[in-house]
Write a protein that binds this ligand. Structure first.
Ligand code: BES
Ligand code: MG
Ligand code: ZN
Length: 497
C-alpha cells in the first residue's frame, strides 16, 4: 500500500476510484465539481439511495466513462460539527474495509477549511492511518483464490507546495504507527506453534541489526533460574518449550532526559490455564495471551524512528502456560526476583506471576517509570467490555499523560482504582501474597493490586488489555483477531513525552 501526492485536481487523476465526502443533514456537498463532470449522477445517486452520510458509510457510484476514474465512492463523514481527527480516522478505516477487494487505487482531496478544523498534517496522518488499519488482513494461511485484492495506492490530490511537507510528514507518521501495529497484530494472529518464546526473542534480536540504538539480551531457562526469577520459572516449568526472558533497551546517542521508561509486556504464548485448566471454549483465543509482549515489540520496531530523547527498556517473560507432569500445582510456593513469595492457588492466574519477575527486573534496572500491558483478567472484560482498556496507576500525572496519548490514538482507556482495602483479599496463609484473591468480585482490581506489590512504589501504570487486545468479530479498525491496541497510544506517549 502506497501513498502519492499530486498537484492535480481530482478530475484530472486516473485512479480506479475517486472519493468524495458527504455530511449528515447537510445539503452543501463537497462533490460539486465532480458531480458537474458527471452531469449530476452523484447527486441523483445520493438521493435515490437515500444516502444519509452517516460516519463511515459508503455509496458506490459508477461513472460509465464520464470521468477518468471508473467509479466514485461517496464517504459519509457524519455531522459536520462532530467531525474530528478520531472520527475522520474511523471513517477512512471503515471505507478501507468496505472497498477491500473491490479496487486497486483511490484518489481524494482533503477536506477544506470550511468543512473541518482538522489541519492538513493531521488529516494526512489520520486518513492514511485509517486506510492502513482498515486494509489489514491476516491471510497468510489462505489459498490464493481466497485472498482479496489489496488496495495498492491512495493519491492525495490538489496538494500545493505550501502543504506538501505537512502531508508528507502526516503520511510518514501514519506508516510508522501502522508498521508497529501490524507487527503486534501479526504476532497475536499467528498460532502459538509459530510464536514461541524463541520466535519472540529472534524478533527482538533482529531489531538490533537495523538499529544501533537498540540492544537486546535474551535469557534462557538456566539464566532465568540464576537471576532468581522463581515466579516466571514456576509458570514455565510445565512446558518443554524453552522459556525466554527478553530485555530490550533503546538509548538515544545523547540522552537529554534522565527518564528510564520500562515497557513490560505479558508474554504467555498460549494460556491453557495449566493444571487449573480452562474450559475448551475459553481456550480458543488464548494465543492472544502475549498481546502485551506484541505491543512492546511493535513499539521497539519503530522506536529508533520516533526518537524519544530518553532511555526506553522493554521486558518480556515469554512462556506458554501448559500442562504436564512437571506443571505447577495449587499450593506451590514460588519466590520472585524481589524476594517476595507467592502462593499459587490457581495456575490460570499465571500472568501476574510472570509479571512479578518482569516488574522486579524493571525496578532492578533502574526504571523511573513503568508501564505494563497484559491480557490479565477475564474480570476486566466483565467490567469494561471488549473495547476498553483498564488503567491502574499509582501516579496521577503519569496516568493523565497516557490518557492524553490514548485519546490522540483513538484508543479507549478507563481509570480504575487501586483500592487499598482490597489488598487484604490477596493475602496468603503461607506466603507473602496469593496469586488469586479470596473473593471473585473486583478481579481486575485485585490482579492490579498484586502487580503493585512488585513495582517498589515506582511511578507505574498497569493496562489490562484483556478486552481490546483481541476481537472475536471484525471491528472498526480491522478484521477479527489481534488489534494491536496500545501500540499507537505508546508511540504518542513517546512522541509527546
Ligand atoms: N489470560 C487470562 C485472562 C484473559 C481472559 C485474557 C480472557 C483475555 C481473555 C488470564 O491468565 C487468566 O486466566 N485469568 C484468570 C484469573 C483468575 C484465575 C483469577 C481469569 O480471568 O479467569
Ligand atoms: Mg490464565
Ligand atoms: Zn493468561
Amino acid at each position: 500500500m502506497k501513498f502519492e501526492i499530486s498537484q492535480n485536481s481530482l478530475t484530472n487523476i486516473s485512479a480506479a476510484a475517486s472519493l468524495v465526502f458527504a455530511f449528515e443533514k447537510d445539503q452543501s456537498n463537497s462533490f460539486a465539481v465532480l458531480d458537474k463532470a458527471l452531469k449530476g449522477v452523484l447527486r441523483d445517486a445520493v438521493r435515490q439511495e437515500n444516502f444519509k452520510g452517516k460516519l463511515g458509510s459508503v455509496l458506490h457510484v459508477h461513472t460509465h466513462g464520464k470521468i477518468l476514474s471508473g467509479k466514485v465512492y461517496v464517504l459519509g463523514l457524519g455531522k459536520k460539527e462532530d467531525l474530528d481527527a478520531n472520527s475522520l480516522r474511523k471513517a477512512f478505516s471503515l471505507l478501507a474495509k468496505d472497498i477491500k477487494g473491490r479496487t486497486g487505487s483511490i484518489a481524494l482531496e482533503f477536506l477544506s477549511k470550511s468543512e473541518t478544523k482538522v489541519d492538513i498534517l493531521t488529516q494526512a496522518q489520520v486518513i492514511s492511518e485509517g486506510i492502513l488499519l482498515g486494509s489489514y488482513e491476516f491471510n497468510k494461511y489462505k489459498s490464493k483464490d481466497e485472498k482479496e485484492k489489496e488496495l495498492e495506492l491512495a493519491v492525495f490530490a490538489q496538494i500545493d507546495d505550501k502543504n506538501k511537507q505537512d502531508v508528507e510528514s502526516g503520511i510518514k507518521s501514519a506508516e510508522l504507527f501502522y508498521k508497529a501495529t501490524r507487527l503486534a497484530r501479526d504476532l497475536v494472529n499467528e498460532s502459538a506453534a509459530v510464536v514461541t518464546p524463541t520466535a519472540l526473542s529472534v524478533i527482538a534480536r533482529d531489531l538490533t541489526k537495523e538499529n544501533p540504538e537498540i540492544k537486546c539480551e535474551v535469557y534462557d531457562r538456566k539464566d532465568i533460574e540464576k537471576m532468581g526469577m522463581g515466579a516466571f520459572l514456576g509458570v514455565a516449568q510445565g512446558s518443554d518449550t524453552p522459556p525466554k526472558f527478553i530485555y530490550l533497551e533503546y538509548s538515544p546517542k545523547n540522552p537529554k532526559n534522565k527518564t528510564k521508561l520500562a515497557l513490560v509486556g505479558k508474554g504467555i504464548t498460549f494460556d491453557s490455564g495449566g493444571i487449573s485448566i480452562k474450559p475448551g471454549d475459553s481456550m480458543m483465543t488464548m494465543k492472544c495471551d502475549m498481546a502485551g509482549a506484541a505491543i512492546v515489540l511493535g513499539v521497539f520496531s519503530v522506536i529508533a524512528k520516533v526518537k524519544p530523547d530518553f532511555t526506553v527498556m522493554g521486558m518480556i517473560a515469554a512462556t506458554p502456560n501448559l500442562i504436564s507432569g512437571k506443571s505447577l500445582v495449587p499450593g506451590d510456593v514460588l519466590r520472585a526476583m524481589n524476594g517476595k513469595t507467592i502462593e499459587i492457588l490457581n495456575t490460570d492466574a499465571e500472568g501476574r506471576v510472570t509479571l512479578a519477575d518482569s516488574l522486579s527486573y524493571a525496578v532492578k534496572k533502574g526504571a523511573t517509570h513503568i508501564i505494563d500491558f497484559a491480557t490479565l483478567t477475564g474480570a476486566c472484560m466483565i467490567a469494561l467490555g471488549q473495547d476498553i482498556t483498564a488503567l491502574f496507576s499509582n501516579d496521577r500525572n503519569f496516568a493523565e499523560k497516557i490518557k492524553d496519548s490514548a485519546k490522540l490514538a483513538g484508543e479507549k482507556v478507563w481509570d480504575m482504582p487501586l483500592e487499598e482495602d482490597y489488598k487484604d483479599l490477596n493475602k496468603s496463609e503461607v506466603a507473602d501474597i496469593a496469586n488469586i484473591p479470596s473473593s471473585r468480585y473486583g478481579g481486575a482490581i485485585t490482579a492490579a493490586l498484586f502487580l503493585e506489590a512488585f513495582v517498589d512504589k515506582k511511578p507505574w501504570i498497569h493496562l489490562d488489555i484483556a478486552g481490546p487486545a483481541f476481537t472475536e468479530k471484525a471491528f472498526d479498525y480491522g478484521p477479527k483477531g489481534g488489534t494491536g491496541y496500545g501500540v499507537r497510544t505508546i508511540l504518542n506517549l513517546l512522541k509527546n513525552w
